[in-house]
Design a protein around this ligand. Structure first.
Ligand SMILES: Cc1cc2nc3c(=O)[nH]c(=O)nc-3n(C[C@H](O)[C@H](O)[C@H](O)COP(=O)(O)OP(=O)(O)OC[C@H]3O[C@@H](n4cnc5c(N)ncnc54)[C@H](O)[C@@H]3O)c2cc1C
Length: 446
């Protein structure tokens, strides 16, 4: 049995904290915990950080009302090709219930209420990320400008509640006609006709795995955060005043004894992405988060004169196209399956359908920009909650904290979420309003 930390006497200071998961959520949480004075151990089953969903991100740093994964335009059509989401849930009751709950947020007032709860976390995340950038001067392929494009007049009408929220919260943006879109971004064509666009010239895309690795290097240099790579947590133990994690035997290493490798600490943060569900279920906590498979294509630029200089987002289909050096990264192509199916291979036909959505969106909006035939595909799994918001905060036991379920918009949000976990764990009053905190807690599902 291994002892990482010592049981603490003072409830709020200098704790030993285990963070499970080395994606953006885990590393950002470790950063904020260290900044709050705690000693941290990040346990990651892969050989390095940012190998899970964080690796496949589409670049969009923070969500807007136009591309959060709930609201009037999300899953609004029964046709996969129109939604940008391939629905393979079959007749699984739990999955259908999940879609019904998300569907309730298509109603404009419910959407506005829910976005209002999320918004303070978006702004806190913006501040948290800016603070890290200012302190360490990190370069992680940041690029300003996102142009959201909407195809049909019907979809433009469905987008109006989102535009109303942009006005209400005074988010800097410009509503553009198709001609204005094409004048601003030369790679966008006005034929075939489309309804219009919304330009966010102050929003950004950036490279999430690169940021995660740079932040880890910063933590390595500063000390106080230990990274245990190649270690899989098999169980969490919560006994009275203590917390601990059990490690699974490493593959290929002969078991020297029957003793389980256990690390003790004062608190455990679960930030293990899709892997969080199994760990929490073993503790008796069943969260109604649903796995969603997402795809990326990384394609070489075909013709430089056709390549966009800002990121393009197919707003209704939630497909983002961002430039990273001489490549275009095209992300989206979500597949909604029954939860029990997610560990099985997707099957060639569905994968082809998902990747075709990405190729088609690129061809529709910026023809000639990318060599899709030479693109490298990737897929990853993210957890999405039935109310579109992540799960952040204390749960089940005073020493257990969660930072999970960011859905397909966890890149920037993970930074504010990490700060929130550090505040809660340190006994500090978070800067977020009470209704946001309540909307993020795990017990909201009860
Ligand atoms: C294709 C795609 C495109 C996306 N595009 C965007 C975008 O444009 N903008 C945006 O904001 N978000 C985007 N997202 C979502 C974003 O990438 C995620 O929300 C974010 O990366 C979540 O980070 P995470 O740390 O929670 O999860 P992950 O990155 O999955 O990290 C979890 C980590 O936990 C580890 N782990 C799991 N179980 C265990 C265990 N038992 N023991 C030890 N380690 C364990 C895993 O190995 C993994 O490294 C996209 C996601 C995908 C898949």
């Amino acid at each position: 049995m291994r002892r990482l930390g010592v049981p603490f006497g003072n409830s709020n200071q200098n704790m030993d904290v285990i963070v499970i998961g080395g994606g953006i959520a885990g590393v950002a949480t470790a950063y904020h915990l260290r900044a709050a004075g705690h000693r941290v151990c990040v346990v990651e089953r892969h050989a390095t950080v940012a190998q899970g969903a964080t690796y496949g991100q589409g670049g969009t740093v923070l969500p807007t009302p136009l591309d959060v994964w709930f609201g009037p335009t999300f899953l609004a059509s029964r046709q996969n090709a129109k939604n940008g989401v391939i629905n393979k849930i079959g007749f699984n009751g739990a999955a259908r219930q999940f879609v019904r709950q998300l569907g309730a947020l298509q109603e404009p007032e419910a959407f506005a209420r829910q976005f209002g709860r999320l918004r303070p976390l978006i702004e806190a995340s913006r501040d948290a990320l800016a603070d890290v950038e200012a302190r360490f001067g990190l370069e992680f392929e940041q690029a300003s400008g996102l142009l959201y494009l909407v195809r049909s007049e019907h979809e433009w009408q469905q987008s109006q509640p989102a535009l109303e929220l942009l006005r209400q919260y005074e988010v800097p943006h410009h509503v553009l006609t198709p001609d204005e879109c094409a004048a601003y971004e030369h790679s966008v064509r006005t034929e075939p006709e489309f309804a219009g666009g919304v330009l966010f010239d102050q929003e950004r895309t950036a490279n999430s795995p690169l940021f995660t690795k740079l932040l880890k290097q910063t933590l390595d240099a500063q000390g106080g955060v230990q990274f245990m790579h190649g270690c899989e947590v098999s169980a969490i133990r919560l006994d009275g005043q203590r917390a601990a994690v059990e490690l699974a035997p490493r593959a290929g290493v002969a078991a020297r004894s029957r003793e389980v490798d256990v690390i003790h600490a004062d608190a455990v943060v679960v930030a293990a992405g899709y892997g969080s569900l199994a760990l929490l279920e073993r503790l008796g906590l069943r969260l109604p988060l649903h796995p969603l498979r997402l795809h990326t294509l990384v394609a070489p630029i075909a013709h430089e004169e056709c390549a966009p200089h800002v990121a393009i987002v197919d707003a209704v289909k939630r497909i983002g196209i961002s430039r990273m050096n001489h490549r275009l990264r095209i992300a989206g192509g979500a597949v909604l399956q029954g939860a029990g199916q997610i560990d099985k291979p997707l099957g060639e036909a569905v994968t082809t359908e998902a990747l075709a959505l990405l190729g088609q969106a690129t061809h529709d909006w910026i023809p000639g920009a990318a060599r899709i035939s030479a693109a490298l595909p990737w897929e990853g799994v993210k957890l999405l909650s039935p109310d579109g918001l992540p799960v952040i905060g204390n749960a089940l036991h005073p020493r257990l904290f969660l930072n999970v379920g960011h859905g397909p918009s966890g890149w920037g949000l993970a930074c504010g979420a990490g700060k929130l976990v550090a505040d809660l764990l340190s006994g500090q009053t978070p800067e977020l309003p009470a209704d946001t905190l309540a909307a993020l807690r795990a017990d909201r599902f009860q």
